[in-house]
Design a protein. Sequence first.
Lengths: 160, 262
Amino acid sequence: MKIEMHVNGRPVSGEVEGRTLLVDFIRHDLRLTGTHVGCDTTQCGACTIHMDGAPVKSCSVLAVEAQGAQITTIEGMANADGSMSAMQQAFQDCHGLQCGYCTPGMVMAATALLKETPKPSEAEIRHYLEGNICRCTGYHNIVKAVQSASGQDVTPVAAE
Amino acid sequence: MYDFDYDRPGTIQDAVASLKAEEAIAFSGGQTLMPTMKQRLAMPSKVVSLMGIEEMKGVRLEGSEVWIGGATTHATVQRELAESYPAMASLAGRIGDPSVRSRGTIGGSVANNDPSACYPAGTLASRGVIVTDRREVPADEFFQGMFMTALEEGEIVTAVKMQVPERAHYAKFIQPASRFPLTAVFVAKFADGVRVAVTGASEMGVFRWHEAEEALSSSFDAGAVEALATPDGTDMISDLHGSGAYRAHLVKVMTKRAVAAA
Ligand SMILES: Cc1cc2nc3c(=O)[nH]c(=O)nc-3n(C[C@H](O)[C@H](O)[C@H](O)COP(=O)(O)OP(=O)(O)OC[C@H]3O[C@@H](n4cnc5c(N)ncnc54)[C@H](O)[C@@H]3O)c2cc1C
Ligand code: FES
Ligand code: FES
């Protein structure tokens, strides 16, 4: 089957099977390997991308279902001049990542949160990120990064 | 996952025709079906996506009744019912996580009738009616046990209708690994009676706790629930997350919390 969609603002097309996962189309066909696969079973959120503006787990969407969609992946998050987006920069400043495996999904989910709720409380951040699992950080600095990216005061905690 | 043919009809009529093919399966958000197909617990030869059917999408308020299209996502219900039926918006907003809510639909949820799913409880408590391509079935008759519904082969849920109660609340005791309810209770108070629907407890799936409904109909107060005996836990789900007796205890606790918060 032939599919067409916009990924990070560019029109792309490809030939896929019915069963091809959207994440495999993105990683294997488009070679955008920033989107990670942690579980492949809808649990971890490492594969989170934006589809028509909403966060989705791309391991659990068929590529054919994205026909005609506007897709954004982590590769589309940087500013036009190549510098990191406010959310990405906040993750770095607040030590919101260690191994980095969950980070693309975290950044995509957190960015979606700020679109809905520009100044989320700590509780709102934790609730929204429930579907994104991090094996390293213990989450505190991720929450701080999101607060910081939304312009709220935080005291970053240095990694020990 | 084995390969399959894929169809995306634009009308209910075309979807019903497409589902007549051998081994065809309805596909909505895929948030239950994708993991099931990956494990080869479902091996359809044809997937019929219902997500291109505009007449199955959206939320409408008609007097004291809400109409929710079968292909409406949890995220849309959360947003659209925030003013008119906040307890149901809150239920939708606590299903899984934001990514699950972007894709998963009410039609898929009630058709699947997972014994721990949220919408079956909300629908049953809200005097709901399940609308299909061929008939309307009251929620009381639709949910028939664990993963069992009144749906016939190839029949699709096109909408769910609910009555908006005077007061309502959904008390969900979350199972943190799956984010499904361990046990949850939806309490809805109407002018002429109260409904109490329980999910995540019985081996028979969602059910109404009639004793609590009677007690609350005469006095809508958490104390009225306190006076009741804890439901029998013998036939309740017993797994590594909780015994039947523990779930029975939770039914009472969550009912009290729902009444207090309604
Ligand atoms: C991580 C995670 C957490 C979750 N947490 C919760 C939770 O807390 N509470 C909860 O209730 N659910 C939860 N779910 C399930 C989620 O709500 C699903 O979206 C929902 O159960 C199924 O809806 P769907 O649209 O994704 O259906 P699909 O997965 O597409 O289909 C499910 C089943 O229903 C059939 N079907 C689909 N649509 C129709 C229709 N219109 N008519 C007839 N048959 C149809 C399909 O053939 C299939 O058998 C969770 C899922 C995940 C992955
Ligand atoms: S890889 Fe998609 S949720 Fe884990
Ligand atoms: S930084 Fe390693 S999994 Fe989150």
